[in-house]
Design a protein around this ligand. Structure first.
Ligand code: PLP
Length: 340
C-alpha cells in the first residue's frame, strides 16, 4: 500500500496498529471481527486519539501553546484532548455542555486529572451550535491572553482530524490481508462525522488502487443539527486533498455514504434498550466494554442488521470499536445494572 501520510505533521499519541480480534458468529451466520480502537492508548483510548495525532501535529507546526475544544458533558473527545495536551505540554481548555457538577465523574474526572480547564456552558447536551459559539468566544479570549490556542471543533471532525481514519482504514485492510479475510462490511458508531469521512477517504484510496474493499456503514447516534456537522462527502474529499500524493483518481461521492439512524432512540446520550442489550452482549461474548452514548448504540445497529439478514452467512463483518467506556462510570438515566 502506498504511504500517503509521510508529508503530514503528526504527533505520536496513539498505540498503533490496534488489534483486530475475532469474535463469535452472529445471528444469520456472519463472523464478527472487532477492531479495537477503544485501545488506542491515549488517556483511556478511543477513536479521537487517531484524529488528535494529526490535529496536534498541525497545532505544534503552527506554534500553538494551547488547545481549545468542545463537547457534550461526558465527551470522550475532550478527555483525549486533555490527555494529548498533558503529553505535549500544551494547556487545554474544554468547553462542555451542562453545569459544573458537585462531583466530577467519568470523562470529566479524567479530563481534570489530565490537567485541563473545564468551562461549563450550561448548554443542553447536543445543542452543538450553542457549544461551538461558546468555543469560538473562548478561543478569542485565549488569543487576547496570548495563549496561541489551536481550536478544534466538535469531535475533531476537520479534514486534518479525518486523516487519522483514512490511515485507520488502510491499516485495517492490511490486517484483513494478514488474517486472510475480505470483510463485506465495516460498521462503526458515528456522531460528528470525522471518523466516517476519514474511513471513506481511506476506502477511496484503496479503490483507486484497484483493491476490493468492504462497504462502510455508519450507525448514527447524534442528530446532525446546526454547525459542527460537516457534509461527509465534502469532508472526505478535503481529506483526500490533504493526503495528496498517492490518492490519484480517489474521490468520495454521496453514493458512498450510508448512515443508519434507526438506533439513536430518543436523542443523543439517552440510553436505549437495544443499546443496553448490546452492551451486555459484548461484555458477555468478548469482554468488550461499550458505552450507552456511542458504542453500545452502534453495536446494537450491527446486531440488528445481523438479525435482519443484512449480512451473508459466513461473511466477515468488522465492528470498529470507537471506545467510550469512561462514560459507564458517570451517572445519568436509569441504571445499566441494579446491585441485586
Ligand atoms: C466521538 C465518538 C464517536 C463518533 O466519532 P465521530 O468522528 O465524531 O463521528 C464514536 N464513538 C465514540 C466512543 C466517540 O467518542
Amino acid at each position: 500500500m502506498v504511504i500517503v501520510f509521510d508529508h503530514l505533521e503528526r504527533a505520536i499519541l496513539a498505540t498503533l496498529p490496534t488489534a483486530l480480534e475475532q469474535g463469535p458468529v452472529l445471528d444469520g451466520g456472519a463472523r464478527l471481527w472487532v477492531k479495537r480502537d477503544d485501545l488506542t492508548g491515549l488517556g483511556g483510548g478511543g477513536n479521537k486519539a487517531r484524529k488528535l495525532e494529526f490535529l496536534c501535529g498541525d497545532a505544534l507546526a503552527k506554534g500553538a501553546r494551547s488547545l481549545v475544544t468542545v463537547g457534550a458533558g461526558q465527551s470522550n473527545h475532550c478527555r483525549m484532548t486533555a490527555a494529548a495536551g498533558a503529553k505535549l505540554g500544551l494547556e487545554v481548555h474544554l468547553v462542555l455542555a451542562g453545569d459544573r457538577p458537585a462531583e466530577l465523574t467519568g470523562n470529566q474526572l479524567l479530563s481534570k486529572l489530565f490537567g485541563a480547564q473545564l468551562h461549563f456552558t450550561g448548554a443542553e447536551e447536543s445543542h452543538w451550535g450553542e457549544l461551538e459559539i461558546a468555543r469560538e468566544e473562548l478561543t478569542s479570549q485565549l488569543i487576547a491572553d496570548g495563549l496561541a490556542p489551536y481550536a478544534i471543533p466538535i469531535g475533531g471532525s476537520t479534514a486534518v482530524g479525518a486523516l487519522g481514519y483514512a490511515a485507520a482504514f488502510l491499516e485495517l485492510l492490511d490486517q484483513c490481508d494478514e488474517s486472510g479475510i475480505a470483510p463485506s462490511t465495516i460498521v462503526f458508531t458515528s456522531s460528528s462525522g470525522g471518523t466516517h469521512a476519514g474511513l471513506l477517504a481511506g476506502r477511496a484510496v484503496a479503490v483507486a488502487q484497484g483493491r476490493a474493499v468492504p462497504g462502510v456503514v455508519a450507525i448514527g447516534v447524534a442528530k446532525g443539527v446546526n454547525i459542527g456537522f460537516p457534509d461527509i462527502a465534502t469532508l472526505a474529499n478535503e481529506t483526500l486533498a490533504l493526503m495528496g500524493q498517492g490518492t490519484k483518481g480517489a474521490s468520495v461521492s454521496e453514493r458512498d455514504i450510508e448512515v443508519d439512524v434507526a438506533w439513536i432512540g430518543d436523542d443523543y446520550a439517552i440510553p436505549t434498550e437495544a443499546g443496553d442489550g448490546a452492551i451486555h452482549w459484548a461484555a458477555e461474548h468478548g469482554g468488550w466494554m461499550l458505552d450507552r452514548t456511542y458504542s453500545g448504540k452502534g453495536f446494537s445497529g450491527l446486531l440488528g442488521m445481523a438479525a435482519a439478514g443484512r449480512f451473508a452467512s459466513e461473511a466477515d463483518v468488522v465492528f470498529i470499536h470507537t471506545g467510550g467506556w469512561p462514560a459507564l462510570f458517570a451517572p445519568g438515566g436509569a441504571p445499566l445494572l441494579s446491585g441485586q
